[in-house]
Design a protein around this ligand. Sequence first.
Ligand code: SF4
Ligand code: SF4
Length: 134
Amino acid sequence: MKKKVIITFPPNTVDKPLVYSLMKDYGLWINIHRAIIEPQKHGKIVIELRGDKKQIEDGIKFVKDQGIGVNALEQDVILDRDKCVDCGVCTSICPSNALKLDKDTYKLSIDYDECVVCGSCAEICPVNAISINF
Ligand code: SF4
Ligand code: SF4
């Protein structure tokens, strides 16, 4: 199985070899989609974890036990349904096809498994319906 998460490093944890440990000690396959690291300050990375359910659960527990934040993408890429007018503008610039208008209802949906947290949708949305905490 696979799971995509946003990892937030507090200042005292930025230099920890987290990805290396997840691969070596938990046997996880890691794909880094986006990373911002400022030494001594903070860091955020969007990573996809691949492995069996127990490997992923154990790996996430290990990260949390280090005092490092782990958020599901749904927590940091937020679509405000009350603001969204389903215009579809964001679907045209999403690089991973995570945004789609339903063919029958014309309602916007986000596939968080595909989102790479690039922020383009939040920048282009004319009514600020998408906010991204990255
Ligand atoms: S651009 Fe904004 S209003 Fe238009 S579909 Fe996307 S999120 Fe909704
Ligand atoms: S953050 Fe980027 S990848 Fe994710 S839904 Fe928005 S445009 Fe698509």
